[in-house]
Design a binder for this molecule. Sequence first.
Ligand SMILES: *Cc1c(COP(=O)(O)O)cnc(C)c1O
Length: 212
Amino acid sequence: IKSQLPEGVVLVAVSKTKPTSAILEAYRAGQRVFGENKVQEMVQKWEELPKDIQWHMIGHLQRNKVKYIAPFVSLIHGVDSLKLLKEIDRQAKAIGRTIPCLLQLHIAQEETKFGLDPGELGALLESPEFRAMEHVQIMGLMGMATHTGDKTRIRKEFEYLKGQFDTLKKTRPKISILSMGMSSDYPLAVEAGSTMVRIGSDIFGNREPIHQ
Ligand SMILES: *Cc1c(COP(=O)(O)O)cnc(C)c1O
């Protein structure tokens, strides 16, 4: 998969539900960035595996669990509220680090997908609370397209997210990461300007449905 990605597009190997042996195999092949969506699972794997692995939290993160990953997480993808960001800032401050985060925008048709709408995104970034935060760094945006076979729709959603990303970049020079694309749709995401893809099943094989 890495060889199919243009230079500059980061591959996050989504290892959720997979055993450490599978992660080690990818690690030995040179992969260093892994994505998990459950706090407990990520902490356990971080403890057991080589310390130069960069762990990305890609799932919906509960506020009361931020403290467990704050010491080591490299990037939190799915931040979709000021409250969550506040807690990340608080925990990062407590241990003296700054945690890189992505804000998740809602781009899909499904109601179930988490994320901010552009109005909420603007309000968050303009809020005095956000401006006062010194221990989170917003690096960019993340989004998930509708789960559909309709490529035109998926492409539109990714292009929409890219547009939001470009707008944001104009006024915020630190914005550099656009996390979009998974196994089923990453070629479309890359075409639309993704800088980071999150790929699980195409690397590790299918997960048991119950874990998805
Ligand atoms: C599981 C997951 C992925 C990877 O999905 P695959 O279809 O296995 O590539 C990507 N992003 C998020 C947020 C996920 O939860």
